[in-house]
Design a protein around this ligand. Structure first.
Ligand code: F6P
Length: 531
């Protein structure tokens, strides 16, 4: 169904016309209670997640219109289908069951008539047991020494989630091992990680759902050789764990692994942080932290499943993104975390959202009739204020922004933390209300933002935050009418990269490339060198 043909969509367009004649200043003057009515507070264990939508360019009527669009798009039925394991990824004939990965054993989830919960719980226990054994020194390297370093090798969803969780949890507790993340095929990255490790005391966690990703296999081979040189080829497997749907491919890729952790084809890479892909962090922070991360994600899953649409945080967030992108035409959205521990959150959401919803064809194979995913970008505050916030305040593009903050600091530096949070709130104020002075100093205001506050950064609140964005991406995909769970757009680049690699390795100029690429290949072959 094309959402733009529905009366709900036409009504939303009319609401947008009306809203464009008001400003956030007017809207707050008209309804001083909007900070209450346009925010959602959620209990996550003992912590709280507050999502304040009141600085978005909407009033109650616009929100009602957006909820009507969500209903028309069949959000509730589609959400239930996703949670129950119905095939929602049509081009790959797969369900999208990341939510099952954090469930408890209270109910069955069937894929092809088989309950997958017992296998999920078995692997969860395997991950916890292995990680605790590494932490305790019961599992050691080939020479019997306790592992001191873990290198996570993976890219995209096999890197961004583990990196985000690692940075976030490092701010609240010290990791039990020194951890490195190697993702790029650029060999300088893996070499600089290896310079900081001792092969005898290094464990590799190689994450690749497909076990065919060039970057990951290349880095895996370099590290396997480095370990082999130190402890012998026959002992490499004592230092290699692998997380993949296809652990059996390990040997044919020239690697050896004693420790294999399965994942499943029905978990998208960018949705995989609740799977064994998080192994590096279970080793670093322990099984309790992992279980709490899953519990926080579960809290958000339950909220998404049960809260009425008008007070459902992922639904409101997703629909406000549709409002900004597809109705008001805002091309990009910024994400600024006022927490160094969350410095990779923008990159994480960038993959989640742009790889899921950066599509131009509907599930029926037609061209979409509205703009889909915004370009998601951002970083960390207050640094952002000294770099790109100028454009958000005074540029010619309106850039909606998500601001994320944390109330508690794990340090004793309360005054500095107060200043950090004050800056976050001040940015949202300046964007919303601006000021009028002379032409160069005027900030027009009326620029939308959402503020997300965690009472504390913990495995639980982090889990809830991640799941909030996962579900908000799903909500938008439902309205766009696209499949949020495939990523065919990345395939051509991979195929061409292997063709260009062959051209680079060929002794003489080979055909096949366009004139520009052929010239670049030739130029590179003339100038390349390695030591
Ligand atoms: O090429 C894109 C992609 O498939 C992402 O979707 C995925 O997260 C990443 O590559 C890594 O894939 P894998 O885990 O299979 O190595």
């Amino acid at each position: 169904m094309d959402i733009t043909t529905t009366p709900a969509w036409s009504a939303a367009l009319k609401c947008a016309d009306l809203i464009s004649q008001t400003t956030l200043k007017d809207l707050f003057a008209r309804n001083p209670a909007r900070a209450e009515t346009l925010s959602v507070e959620l209990l996550v264990g003992e912590d709280i997640l507050l999502v304040d939508f009141s600085k978005q360019n909407v009033d109650e009527d616009a929100v009602q219109c957006l909820i009507a669009v969500a209903e028309q798009a069949g959000i509730e039925q589609k959400r239930n289908d996703m949670f129950e394991g119905v095939i929602v990824n049509g081009t790959e004939q797969q369900p999208a069951l990341h939510t099952a990965l954090r469930r408890t054993a209270d109910s069955a989830v069937n894929v092809d008539g088989v309950d997958v919960m017992s296998e999920i719980l078995r692997v969860r226990a395997q991950v916890n047991e292995f990680a605790e054994s590494v932490r305790a020194g019961r599992i050691t390297g080939a020479t019997g020494k306790k592992f001191q370093s873990v290198i996570n090798v993976g890219i995209g969803g096999s890197d961004l989630g583990p990196t985000l969780v690692h940075e976030a949890l490092t701010s609240v507790s010290a990791p039990a091992v020194k951890t490195h993340f190697v993702s790029n095929i650029d060999p300088t990255e893996v070499r600089s990680a290896l310079r900081e490790c001792n092969p005898e005391t290094t464990l590799v966690v190689l994450c690749s759902k497909s076990f065919s990703t060039a970057e990951t296999l290349s880095n895996g081979r370099i590290i396997a050789q480095w370990i082999s040189d130190a402890v012998g080829a026959e002992n490499v497997s004592k230092h290699f764990s692998v997380v993949s749907v296809f652990p059996e491919k390990v040997v044919s890729a020239g690697l050896l692994a004693d420790y294999a952790f399965p994942m499943w084809s029905w978990v998208g890479g960018r949705y995989s942080i609740s799977s064994a892909v998080n192994l590096v962090n279970v080793i670093a922070f322990g099984s309790n932290a992992y279980n709490n991360l899953l519990s926080g994600m579960r809290s958000m899953d339950e909220h998404f499943m049960t809260a009425p649409l008008h007070s459902n945080a992922p639904v409101l967030m997703g629909m406000l993104n549709v409002w900004n992108r597809s109705i008001l035409g805002r091309e990009t959205r910024a994400m600024v975390a006022y927490s160094t521990a969350l410095k990779s959150f923008a990159s994480y959401v960038q993959q989640l959202e742009m790889e899921s919803n950066g599509k131009r064809v509907t599930t029926d194979g037609d061209l979409v009739s509205i703009p889909t995913s915004p370009i998601v970008w951002g970083g960390v505050g207050t640094n952002a204020q000294h770099a790109y916030m100028q454009l958000l305040h005074q540029g010619t593009s309106v850039v909606p922004a998500d601001f994320i903050g944390v109330a508690a600091t794990p340090t004793h530096d309360g005054a500095a933390h107060d200043a950090l949070v004050a800056n976050l709130f001040a940015q949202t104020q300046a964007l919303a209300f601006g000021n009028v002075t002379d032409s160069h100093r005027t900030l027009p205001g009326n620029r939308p933002s959402t503020t997300l506050m965690l009472s504390a950064l913990s495995p639980r609140t982090l889990g809830a935050l991640i799941a909030l964005y996962e579900h908000s991406v799903f909500v938008q995909g439902c309205v766009f009418g696209i499949n949020s769970f495939d990523q065919w757009g990345v395939e051509l680049g991979k195929k061409l990269a292997s063709e260009v690699s062959a051209q680079i390795s060929a002794p003489s100029q080979s055909g096949g490339a366009d004139a520009s690429t052929a010239k670049l290949v030739q130029w590179y072959k003339t100038h390349r060198s390695n030591t």
